[in-house]
Write a protein that binds this ligand. Structure first.
Ligand code: NAD
Length: 469
């Protein structure tokens, strides 16, 4: 039998593609060597959020006095939190299995390997069987990057995020190498459960890709709460539980630190195993290069998700898969991905949520477009865009539910057409309303158009409306 589509990898990209193509009546074979759902569902987004929610419950109960509630002897059971996490994951994996349960979709549990392409069909081997398909989609995801720091390899004190999620006991103390998204989410989890946390970040700030003003609010809060955050600090080597560091900032005079565990979260790299036969496939910075429809340079070969190295987020992966399958099915009109309107959330406490361009990106864009002479003639790069800001405390609902907390909503508007090009928020629960801002950025709303949208009162989402008014 020849399939219409063979997909390697059953994460958000792979299962979305399998569902869409099979529901369109096309025969699909999906290969997954572990569990359906990929990193996001099994060892990423969902387990982290399950544990973070448990930690937040404990933290809120322990700090309920500020709301006039006293809860004495609040305790937690980390093993029970882990058990609940496993049940959540299991149910969601079962949900994906159910979504793929149709006559046109075959799921094969095993590690697939591309063999070759003959007579316009791609041949794939899995569990000793050979499969043929007209189209091939690579959705093999990414794995934790292990930096070349002496002392990391085979060191039982070292964890990656998968180890941390699997641990049944909390570490007594933890050093987190890398203050990116994974690092700061785990810092939140451990801190809220009472574990002493140190974060070591090589760049001058944590979360270096986010709006610096928003990040500063988190940094101030976390430092005040007792999380040790060392920026502009490099790990030179690791010996057992001891990390030797060198710092180019005045934030520390320390030269070494010791902790029970050391979590290394310094980025992820594309998974290219099983694809060795595709030696002509074009790569870009170690990831598979794709066009706007997620097509690679090889005929009928697509790639979606982390393996493309574009933006390593589950919702980008699933959108890429929709677009790629749409292209295969020759859907009219053909859809493209709006990479300029991808929301992202960091599940710290408070949460950070953003969509669209950062202020730095807006400045870089205009500087490149206008050139130094154009910028000078205009009277500075700021003349091309406007920043509107409001503290979260402007929202009644935020005040009611976030005692003692601060937050910020920042909107970037380009001056010529008054369109909204970026929104950056910190404050709970901004993860739940950033979609409204995504809608505005994606559809190119002007501030006047956005003002016509009625927001329910009292909700924290009103801050978007208030900031733009
Ligand atoms: P990241 O790129 O977000 O952060 C890595 C951080 O490590 C950076 O700040 C970098 O400057 C720092 N770093 C690199 N080398 C270092 C070194 N030797 N010493 C100290 N610091 C160093 O990567 P991540 O946090 O590992 O996350 C991987 C991917 O997973 C990201 O693309 C992220 O967006 C995604 N992810 C998303 C979510 C979410 O959407 N909430 C959650 C987790 C992960």
């Amino acid at each position: 039998m020849q399939y219409f589509l063979a997909i390697i990898g059953g994460g958000p990209a792979g299962y979305t593609a399998a569902e869409k193509a099979s529901k369109a009546g096309k025969d699909v074979v999906l290969f997954e060597k572990n569990a359906l759902g990929g990193t996001c569902l099994n060892v990423g987004c969902i387990p982290t959020k399950s544990l973070l929610y448990g930690a937040k419950q404990y933290y809120n109960a322990s700090h309920a006095q500020k709301y006039g509630v006293s809860a004495e002897s609040v305790t937690f059971d980390f093993a029970a939190m882990q058990k609940r996490k496993t049940i959540v994951v299991r149910k969601l994996v079962a949900g994906i299995k159910a979504r793929l349960n149709n006559d046109h979709c075959t799921v094969v549990n095993g590690a697939a390997r591309v063999l070759d392409s003959i007579r316009q069909a791609w041949r794939i081997e899995c569990n000793g069987e050979t499969y043929e398909a007209e189209n091939l989609m690579i959705c093999t995801g990414s794995t934790n990057f292990v930096p070349p720091i002496p002392g990391i390899k085979d060191n039982p004190a070292i964890w990656d995020s998968t180890d941390a999620l699997a641990a049944t006991e909390l570490p007594k103390s933890i050093i987190i190498v890398g203050g990116g998204v994974i690092g700061m989410e785990f810092a939140t989890l451990y801190h809220e459960l009472g574990v002493p946390v140190t974060v070591i970040e090589a760049m001058p700030t944590i979360l270096p890709n986010l709006d610096p003003e928003v990040v500063q609010i988190l940094l101030d809060k976390y430092r005040k709460a007792g999380i040790q955050i060392l920026t502009s600090t490099k790990v030179e080597s690791i010996d057992g539980n001891t990390v030797s560091i060198s710092s180019s900032s005045s934030s520390t005079s320390l030269t070494s630190l010791t902790a029970d565990k050391i979590l290394v979260s310094v980025g992820r790299r594309a998974n290219l195993q099983g694809l060795e036969a595709l030696n002509d496939i074009e790569l870009e910075r170690g990831a598979i290069k794709v066009d706007e429809f997620c097509k690679t340079n090889l005929p009928n070969v697509y790639a979606c998700g982390d393996v493309t190295g574009k933006i390593m987020l589950a919702h980008v992966a699933s959108r890429q898969a929709e677009v790629a399958v749409g292209r295969m099915l020759k859907e009219i009109p053909l859809q493209r991905i709006a990479y300029n309107a991808i929301p992202s959330v960091v599940y710290t406490n408070p949460e950070i949520a953003s969509v669209g361009l950062t202020e730095q990106q807006v400045r870089d864009f205009y500087t490149e477009m206008e050139g130094p002479a154009g910028i000078e003639k205009a009277g500075g790069v700021e003349t091309f865009y406007e920043v509107k800001k409001l503290p979260m405390t402007f929202s009644g609902r935020f005040m009611a539910e976030n005692e003692g907390e601060t937050g910020l909503c920042k909107v970037l508007i380009e001056r010529r057409n008054r369109t909204i090009v970026g929104v950056h928020c910190i404050g709970n629960p901004c993860s739940e309303f950033i979609a409204a801002a995504s809608f505005a950025v994606r559809m190119g709303y002007t501030e006047a158009e956005f003002r016509q949208v009625v927001f329910p009162h009292p909700t924290v989402s009103e801050i978007l409306h208030e900031t733009i008014v």
